[in-house]
Design a protein around this ligand. Structure first.
Ligand code: NAG
Ligand code: NAG
Ligand code: NAG
Ligand code: NAG
Length: 391
């Protein structure tokens, strides 16, 4: 899907270029395999080394670091993890060797004014547990390694040795399952960095909520429970949550967000398209395919379906209200039907990127990080916002 997305983005960029609109030069960043992590058992599902893409900081940004964790859902049992182990989300042997950096990763001041000269790292997702897993035993039948939590630590230790130990500023970020990594590991990231570093976290599309499907089944709750059990994640989830709730519930941001002490910013669509397609209306909850067209394109939803989707927004706003009244926590909650908005130029910052309170995501995140102002904005309900890029 990501490849398709970049193809679409590239096509759009070409089209815009043809119209004479200013577009960034494509920045391709090569992969680095973290071979040294293998000795610590910090490996992908198939046992291959973890990997990241690293574009070095320059000029005033050499001591600033943004560490971003890639997304790609989760695997909840051996069957699904085995299938994943044979893909780019489970093995570094299958990963693309170059990624295009844009949006929050762009190295061009025009397109990324606050972070363009930072050290920018995209960590590849190959464990299927939002980097929380840690099972010592390797299943001899499948050779599956559940070690995402070890990858998280190994990558940070490697980057500390490569200069992050001198960081003045640092951001932990991620999108989708990586946005969840950001939420679950934000305080841990802070403790792994030098105490003098100004550490903050930016979660993009990582606020997955615990709601039942349209047929009334607790699908995502059961699914997360299986993820946490399969990967042995409990010990890597915030103890402020696991001390009072079952570990599966501590995979939900709504149960951990209030206790995060490190400043954190949430970029999320109130109508997150992945959540509507996979949490509210997973295929099992819609055996007759009544929702297929609506899930694909929100314009095709019937009035009844829109009512259900507005109900999802209400649930989303309630789930994220646990962060209200906390100035160190920021939020940009737009009314778009989309998923992941910081890593693409057209949603991060462009002439027609999504605005809430007349502000782009790039401006909101930059203003909040540098404390030029607080930012906590909830958009009006769909379809009120004409700047949305609906998926
Ligand atoms: C940034 O992008 C603009 C527009 O594409 C281009 O004119 C400029 O040269 C770029 N700057 C750098 C440093 O690459
Ligand atoms: C694994 O999980 C999937 C998705 O929830 C489910 O369809 C499948 O039956 C499970 N397989 C096993 C062996 O439990
Ligand atoms: C699916 O369609 C069948 C046959 O029309 C119907 O009996 C059934 O109730 C429908 N199921 C759902 C969940 O709508
Ligand atoms: C929105 O922001 C732009 C650019 O910052 C500014 O020119 C414009 O006046 C603002 N519009 C409103 C309605 O505040």
């Amino acid at each position: 899907m990501d490849q398709l997305l970049s193809l679409v983005i590239c096509t759009l960029l070409l089209l815009k270029a043809a119209e004479g609109v200013t577009v960034p030069m494509e920045l391709g960043v090569p992969i680095t395999y973290l071979q040294s992590a293998v000795a610590n058992g910090a490996v992908c599902l198939d046992g291959s080394p973890p990997a990241y893409h690293f574009d070095k900081g320059f000029e005033g940004g050499i001591d600033n670091w943004i560490l971003h964790f890639e997304g790609g859902a989760w695997c909840n049992n051996a069957t699904n993890c085995l299938a994943r182990a044979d893909t780019n989300r489970g093995s570094s042997k299958k990963m693309e060797t170059t990624l295009i950096f844009s949006g929050i990763f762009s190295n061009n001041k025009t397109f990324n004014p606050d972070f363009y000269n930072w050290n920018r790292i995209m960590v590849r997702y190959c464990d299927g547990s939002s980097f929380t897993g840690d099972v010592e035993a390797v299943d001899p039948a499948t050779n599956l390694h559940y070690r995402g939590g070890r990858i998280f630590v190994a990558v940070i230790e490697d980057l500390l040795a490569k200069g992050m130990k001198n960081a003045k500023n640092a951001i932990l970020s991620g999108c989708s399952a990586g946005g969840l990594t950001t939420i679950l590991h934000c305080d841990r990231f802070k403790t792994l960095l030098p105490s003098a570093t100004k550490v903050k976290c930016v979660s993009d599309a990582g606020y997955f909520i615990n709601v039942k499907t349209i047929s009334g089944s607790p699908y995502i709750e059961q699914f997360y429970n299986q993820v946490v059990q399969t990967h042995g994640s409990a010990k890597n989830l915030p103890s402020s949550c696991t001390s009072r709730l079952s570990p599966g519930l501590c995979f939900f941001p709504e149960n951990v967000a209030a206790d995060i002490t490190t400043p954190i910013f949430f970029v999320n669509a109130a109508y997150d398209s992945w959540q509507i397609r996979n949490i509210l209306v997973p295929d099992v909850a819609d055996p007759n395919g009544t929702w297929t067209n609506c899930k694909r394109d929100i314009i095709k939803c019937s009035p009844n379906q829109l009512t259900t989707i507005q109900g999802f927004r209400t649930d989303f706003l309630k789930a994220i209200s646990v962060i209200n009244n906390c100035p160190s926590k920021g939020a940009f909650i737009d009314s778009c039907y989309s998923h992941c908005q910081t890593g693409g130029q057209e949603t991060w910052m462009s002439n027609d990127s999504p605005l809430v309170a007349n502000t782009t995501i790039a401006k909101a995140v930059g203003d909040w990080y540098f404390e030029r102002r607080t930012f906590h904005q909830i958009d009006c309900p769909y379809p009120c916002n004409p700047t949305c890029h609906n998926s």
